[in-house]
Ligand binder design. Structure first.
Ligand code: DGY
Length: 435
């Protein structure tokens, strides 16, 4: 579909800040970590060098401990453009923080998946892009390895194979009901006053997280800053600690991709063994989070010591990680609780199941469908050899973006576009589906 292709390319061009891409024109005017990895996949189909530049600029914000921050700020943007701003994050208190302004938390590690996809696009085209990819791999592979090492060690002091997150924003699925109980237990202390900037950029503030959630989000930032962004201190004292199954599963898939890239560039055998070990341990750990009652993988609320019994799209973690629960999860995805709900305008996964009591069809991660999540599940189905389900999901997704445009998220029953228009990652995954 040429019209859709040009429209998607125009969104990336419009959000291109020169070497990095705004996640959205107004709502997210900086470089977001996982957004930028998906965006790089989109750029690969327009220009492999530009795709590689996207990842290079993101990794220029990497911390000395290996963490890739969830936001690399545009120093030229006005402070009022986005909140919390660099001053609020105050990352200078952290020994590991770089000179440039970044946030102090991270997001799911989709970067190795992006690199592998860019490499595949270059390989298919051949020519000079293949050499550019080789050069970029020599530079980026050690950085991605350091990022995965950070997650496997600092973020998993228990050696469990599951990543601890310290803020719902780290999951990328900010206000998912997965975090309701853990967040409700966070008692907000002497929070410095603030003014939200996000709600002014959407048609209706009910599409965004609530003020009560924002107070807790900001309080968690305050606590992380007061702990000097020191992982050891945070692991010991922070009130919000969740073993996030989707984040952990993405790390498994990313380690699988990184292992293949390591082999390609002839990385030391010790690296490859380490990466394979992380992958296998993570895959087994995600499988062990499978709940036969809900037929989904469940997060672990570490402070409460209990599984989080919510029907959300994160429950398909075992599909993303490619483990032994694949048949059950593929069946659950097709069930009336997800794609088989005949009220859905398109059979694409809602972020929270309509069968969950917390389902809210217009509110951010509490029900709307997110094309980027459809892409992640589509890619996982392809990797699992589930071609029929993958083809159907791709077709439904293209139908959705063709109608709703490149919205950040979509009301699953009516198809109404919600959140930001011209969201970069929605355009990027569309290009990948069309390619
Ligand atoms: C936001 O600002 O809503 C982001 O999701 C947080 O990173």
């Amino acid at each position: 579909d040429e019209r859709l292709w040009s429209a998607a390319a125009a969104v990336l061009a419009g959000n291109d800040a020169g070497g990095w891409t705004r996640a959205a024109p107004r709502l997210y005017p900086h470089q977001w970590s996982w957004d930028s990895a998906f965006v790089a996949v989109g750029w690969a189909h327009l220009s492999v060098p530009r795709a590689l530049t996207e990842l290079r600029s993101l990794f220029a914000g990497q911390w000395a401990n290996g963490m890739v921050p969830h936001i690399v700020f545009d120093p030229a943007a006005a402070a009022e453009a986005y909140f919390p701003d660099p001053a609020r994050w105050g990352t200078r208190v952290a020994a590991a923080a770089p000179d440039r302004p970044t946030s102090g938390i991270c997001q799911p590690p989709v970067h190795a998946l992006a690199l592998a996809r860019i490499a595949a696009v270059a390989d298919a085209a051949g020519g000079a892009d293949v050499e550019r990819v080789e050069a970029a791999l020599a530079e980026l592979y050690p950085k991605v390895l350091a990022w995965h090492r950070y997650l496997a060690t600092e973020r998993d002091p228990q050696d469990s194979g599951l990543v601890s997150i310290y803020h719902p924003w780290e999951s990328g699925t900010d206000n998912s009901p997965r975090f309701d109980a853990a967040l409700a237990r966070v008692a907000v202390g002497d929070l410095p006053p603030y003014r939200r900037r996000d709600t002014g950029h959407v048609a209706d503030r009910a599409q965004r997280p609530s003020d009560a959630e924002y107070d807790r989000y900001l309080w968690l930032v305050e606590l992380l800053r007061r702990a000097g962004y020191d992982d050891g201190r945070i692991a010991a004292t922070h009130p919000f600690v969740v073993k996030d199954v989707l984040f952990s599963a993405i790390l498994v898939a990313a380690n699988d991709a990184l292992g293949r890239l390591a082999a390609r560039i002839g990385a030391p055998a010790a690296d490859r063994a380490l990466i394979a070990g992380w992958r296998d341990r993570g895959r087994a750990a995600v499988d062990a989070r499978y709940d036969p009652g809900l037929r989904l993988c469940l997060d672990l609320d570490v402070r409460a010591g209990s599984p989080v019994a919510v029907r959300s799209v994160a429950g398909f973690a075992g599909l993303v990680a490619g483990g032994d629960r694949l048949p059950e999860l593929v069946a659950e995805l097709a069930s009336p609780r997800f794609l088989g709900d005949d009220r859905l305008r398109w059979p694409v996964p809602p972020s929270t199941s309509p069968a969950d009591p917390a389902f809210a069809p217009r509110t951010y991660w509490r029900g709307p469908s997110w094309p980027v999540i459809s892409w992640l599940l589509w890619r996982s189905l392809v990797a699992a050899g589930r071609d029929g389900a993958a083809t159907a999901l791709r077709a439904a997704s293209l139908d959705q973006v063709g109608t709703a445009g490149f919205a950040e998220y979509v009301e699953p029953f009516t198809g109404e576009p919600l959140g930001s228009p011209n969201q970069s990652w929605t355009a990027a995954v569309t290009l990948d589906w069309l390619a």
